[in-house]
Design a binder for this molecule. Sequence first.
Ligand code: IPM
Ligand code: MG
Length: 365
Amino acid sequence: MGNYSIAVLAGDGIGPEVIEQAERVLQSIGKRYGHTFNLQSALVGVAAIEAEGDAISDATMQLCQRSEAILFGAVGGIPRFEGPNSKIQPERALFRLRKELALYANLRPIHPLKALLNASTIKPEVLQGTDLLVVRELTGGLYFGKPSEIRETSQGLEAVDTLPYSEVEIERIVRTAFELARGRRKKVTSVDKANVLSTSRLWRRTADRIAPDYPDVSLEHLLVDTCAMQLIRQPSSFDVIVTENMFGDILTDEASMLAGSMGMLPSASLGTRETAHGFLGLYEPIHGSAPDITGQNKANPIAAILSAAMMLRYSFNLKQEAQAIETAVERVIEADYRTVDLYEPGKETVDTKEMGRLIAEAILV
Ligand code: IPM
Ligand code: MG
């Protein structure tokens, strides 16, 4: 029986709605296993810009530093704060958290539930057997490289972004991928664009240098364009995919469609900081703030709920409890309950709160 401290940053759009259901599920876990989760909420994103003048305040950063895990909803999606000309972008909260907490490893598992094979736009026979994990580098590359600006020249405007990667950054994320593959089917696919980019050539060389340290794991290289194709042609051929920040961003939105809906996919962002029970991590659904359905009690809370399960597994080392959440989600889906994003004729459509309640209840029976 433990005591666990969690910073809850629900954020914008559907963030608060889905995080509320994740909290409800954590309460069930606490009840069933006798744990205490100390949840402390704070503002991020547009709400924080309006109330505190920045996408995430120093005080909220300190709260996160003190916590063992961060449960994060979504930020952004409000037009007047969008685009490179807006003074403070809500996404800044995410970048600051990722960088200052050194959350370099972003884990995005994609394991379509059997009962949802028909919900995907991809044929069920193609999806059959898909169980992959994307390990995305999260604190380097184009997202943080300087310079990144639009500037005036005598010829008119020009813009530049910078894509830097050090061998140290590549090595640690590739090692993370190899370690995780050891607990799975022992295959790593390293994704790059080595036919064009220097960073990719260093990436590939580094992966090859490290591979002999993991003789039980196989390593293959794939160009990112081929990987994009292969993900929908034969997704079951992948086990662990490791790739740089921007490629990982794009490939995981694509891969989310294998699971039927973005609303199903959780993520974990892990660093090196040890806490009382494991590693400090940030847990968030991979979907965004979904302004089109905000406030309508329609969003699928499962991605947020499964993110809480990842939190139990990676930051608190509560494997059985994490599994209990995953099993509860599976049971509720198998009992034919669906949020609208997973609409199928003949299944019962439920709203955000009802889906959360069903899963929270399934944990207790
Ligand atoms: C993600 C999101 C973010 C990213 C956005 C909101 C900046 O798309 O976590 O995948 O690009 O990293
Ligand atoms: Mg993304």
